[in-house]
Ligand binder design. Structure first.
Ligand code: VG1
Ligand code: CO
Length: 564
């Protein structure tokens, strides 16, 4: 097979965001668009590592355009003299599975094809992301390098006649201008299942589900894969291995367009699971996103566990999980906008704690330095140092393991007991999706001016009979304690004297327009108030946020598109 050099021109805007490059499928289908970006990835890798004869892992969430992208990556990897690609059958791997396979095979890195929770299909979104040898998303320094290369590209190399069979498991060998190039197609779930069996005590979870001693009755579980990549993982792990009935796996067939829906596990987009849970027949429900790194946990009658609470509960009960029992628990961490429930657990357990910017890439260094074991984000992401991505199925297993150790306890009881001990951190996020770029920019500029104004601290706002006095206002920046790299402008924070907080950020995962995220949280030690609805408790705080940001004036939006 022959290598061919193809002349090309740069495309604007190939800047990786919070989690890789995300654009519409139409954009990726433009001649050379995908090739340019893949070339930039490979060239960036080659500038810091030896790409020749290396091993890379490739797979995606099965969305529309995945198979085409896998073929492009294979042809270009061959042209860059990569030694071997490990590819999921049909090009399918969950994001956590890729992270694991990179680590297990000491691969140089991996290329993940996903736009995560964004809709899929010919008129929706696609995405490409590079993960480094620790299994985690490439850090900012590396993605900036990729972006720089996309701006100056003049040509790329490919092997146009190379075609791989994505169906057939096993090794496929090619010779490219005298060099060996191998592709191994592997089963998408096998290795991941083995890993989960090492981390958790499957027998104990099996007994919980079946209602065997020490449990008195069966514990009914239900999982919604939202037609994303986790379907086969859910069927294998929860149904086959753990004995859940086959009808407990909902939407478990991956579809290239996710059935036309948003594969995002929250109360809005996973509303079908919410209704199933509200029927009261199930004790536990979980939903996962398109690429399998996010999760939503629900208890009987649809009791909603916020991601911030989920993280804190798992942390507080981490001694019930065999993996943590064996390895010990180092530190805990959360992303900045995530509510501070975990902070209180870290303090009580005497563990190191970190607050990092939004995006999983900021946790990797801390884990590699053995300072972080468990972390999460408010955006329905939880995970541990078993891999370097957040992990949806792992989180559901962690919950079941904790429940299995305490006979006859419900999800709701577990969470309310946690609040009784630590207090409750109420949290909400308002998303204003696809706003005009200029309007969002102006609003953020106005907020930045507010940060710099001398009279901001001390200013008082009144709403719902409550007074909110600003105690601090800044734009979050983070210095990585391991490599001292600096991430600036990571979100505008306004803190109030009573401990409540609002945060404004522009999303880095959208494909069109600007999505404004407004986060609000407050702390409640009072047992009676803890039982109240988060939206009711946080309404005055959100009103203050709208007042001081002038969000409605700038964007013309009267209401958010999604509330979580
Ligand atoms: C969002 C979330 C962030 C998450 C990221 C990737 O980013 O807020 O917490 O890490 O998505 O998740 P942003 O920039 O849009 O706020 V996933 O499941 O897309 O890999
Ligand atoms: Co995801």
């Amino acid at each position: 097979l022959k290598i061919v050099t193809v002349p090309t021109k740069p495309f604007e805007g190939q800047k990786p965001g919070t989690s890789g490059l995300r654009k519409t499928v139409k954009e990726f289908q433009k001649p050379n668009y995908t090739e340019n970006f893949v070339h930039a990835i490979l060239a960036a890798v080659a500038s810091v590592d030896k790409l020749e004869k290396s091993v890379l892992v490739v797979g995606g969430d099965g969305r529309f355009f995945c198979p085409e992208a896998v073929q492009i990556i294979a042809r270009m990897s061959a042209a860059h003299k990569v030694g071997k690609l490990l590819i999921g059958q049909r090009g399918i791997f969950s994001t956590p599975a890729v992270s694991h396979l990179i680590r297990k095979n000491t691969a140089l890195g991996g290329i993940i094809l996903t736009a995560s929770h964004n809709p899929g299909g010919p008129d929706a979104d696609f995405g490409i992301k590079y993960n480094i040898s620790n299994g985690g998303p490439a850090p900012d320094g590396f993605t900036n390098k990729i972006f720089e290369l996309t701006k100056s590209i003049t040509e790329y190399r490919t092997v146009p006649n190379l075609k791989i069979d994505l169906e057939k498991l096993g090794l496929q060998k090619f010779v490219v201008e005298g060099n060996a190039f191998e592709v191994e197609i592997i089963d998408s779930v096998t290795d991941y299942v083995l890993l989960m069996k090492q981390i958790f005590d499957f027998d104990a979870i099996k007994k919980l589900i079946a209602g065997q001693a020490p449990h008195k009755k069966p514990f009914n579980v239900v999982f919604d894969a939202l037609h994303g990549v986790t379907g086969p993982y859910v069927k294998k792990i929860f149904c086959e291995e753990l004995g859940a009935s086959n009808d407990s796996a909902l939407n478990a067939t991956p579809l290239p367009d996710f059935g036309g829906e948003h594969p995002d596990p929250n109360l809005t987009y996973a509303h079908k699971l919410v209704s199933v849970m509200k029927e009261g027949k199930h004790d536990f429900g979980a939903a996962f996103d398109g690429d399998g790194d996010r999760n939503m946990i629900l208890g009987k009658n649809g009791f909603f566990v916020t991601p911030s609470d989920s993280l804190a509960v798992i942390a507080a009960q981490s001694n019930l999980i065999p993996y943590f029992k064996q390895n010990g628990v180092k530190g805990f961490a959360r992303s900045m906008p995530t509510a501070g429930a975990i902070d209180r657990v870290a303090k009580e357990m005497g563990k190191e704690f970190f607050e990092v910017p939004t995006g999983w890439k900021y946790f990797g260094n801390l884990m590699d330095a053995n300072r972080l074991s468990l972390c999460g984000e408010e955006s329905f992401g939880t995970g541990s140092d078993h891999i370097r991505e957040k992990d949806g199925v792992w989180t559901a297993l962690a919950w079941l393991q904790i429940l299995a150790a305490q006979p006859d306890i419900s999800v709701e009881q577990l969470v309310t007991k946690h609040w009784e001990k630590y207090g409750r951190n109420f949290f909400t996020r308002y998303d204003y999706e696809n706003c005009e770029d200029a309007a969002a920019k102006k609003m953020m500029e106005q907020l930045t001016n507010l940060l710099n104004a001398p009279d901001t601290v001390g200013k008082e706002f009144l709403d719902g009979g409550r007074t909110f006095k600003i105690s601090k206002a800044d734009n979050f920046s983070y210095k990585d304690p391991v490599d001292n790299s600096l991430a600036e402008n990571q979100g505008i924070r306004i803190l109030f004297v009573d401990g409540s907080r609002i945060v404004f950020r522009i999303s880095g995962t959208g494909s069109t327009g600007s999505t404004i995220r407004l986060y609000g949280d407050c702390y409640e030690p009072d047992l009676v108030k803890q039982k109240m609805d988060a939206q009711v408790i946080l309404k005055p705080l959100i009103n203050v946020a709208l007042q001081l940001s002038k969000l409605q004036e700038f964007t013309g939006r009267k209401a958010p598109t999604v509330i979580t």
